[in-house]
Ligand binder design. Sequence first.
Ligand code: HEM
Length: 320
Amino acid sequence: MRSAEGAVTHSFTSYADVTAALHAPELSDRSAGSEGAAERGALHADAARELSTERLDDLTAELQRSALELAHQLPLGEPVDLLLAYARPWCSRLALRTIDSRPLGEARLLQLAEEVFRAAALATSRQDIGSATAPVGALAGALTGPRSTSLAVQAFVALSQTLPHTLAAAWHVLASVPGAWRTLRADRAAVPLAVEELLRLASPARAVFRRACTDLVIGDTHLSAGDEVILMLDAANRDPAQFPDPLRFDLRRGSGGHVGLGRGMHPCAGAAMVRLALGVATSALLDVAEEMTLAAPVTWLDGFAIRAPTSLCVVLRPGA
Ligand code: HEM
């Protein structure tokens, strides 16, 4: 597709092309040059400090405690929406924990984050990503503190919105695959492997956007400076050339390789936190339920850039 200015939009779906593009320094997701690089450097430095291994180690026990507390309150043997009753409250608590003051009130902060998330989900281009300027501005004004404002906003939205939707999408896979729940329950050491396979199959990150800063070649495609690029992460994660029988949930597939949390030039700054949270919240559910089955069809937020459940009704069967 060619724009009025002559720029072409390329869409990549194969694992080889998507990963090559994710690693290409000639492709940028925002302002190119030293300003963009400095901003990104500060963001990652902040993230490395805020989400360091030591910090996450300190946080683990608290996360486990709060996940178990909520999981034990879930009704057993009757339908329950896990997004509403478990993932959302747990993740909201986690997100609110990262901010220093709440001048707007918790409900308003969470509502603004949802507006940002929904706008991002519906984005079909790089320009659309910045379109939710009003809620982003309101959040940026409210989330002042020692962190960079950009990280504070991204972390708050990711923790309060992306994370609960990721958990629901992951549990949808576990509830849909016969035997998966019992297998994991019997072998808790496999939870980290399950986390990677779930991020491959269930990451809500469907597409990311780039712009070519210079001419370059990705696979067989020649790109010119100014061209727009869409990287379909979900298609890459299901590419049979990289993941044989790609729709199968397979604990023996081996960890890593997926692009559910991005990689390359713009890796997810919260990746370690996401892996920790998915493991902890799933383990708490495994503790309380011997079986988890779908109780109703899942409803979806079916955006171009993000696809995630908006409800996940299941029945949890108590353990013996
Ligand atoms: C919960 C599920 C999450 C998913 C599925 C997810 C996914 C992603 C993906 C795919 C990217 C790459 C974007 C691109 O290449 O353009 C990314 C980047 C990023 N993520 Fe996450 N993320 C999640 C949670 C988090 C959390 C909890 C944080 C912070 C605490 C976070 C902070 C960031 C930041 C700051 C970037 C931008 C990095 C950069 O521009 O260099 N994310 N994320």
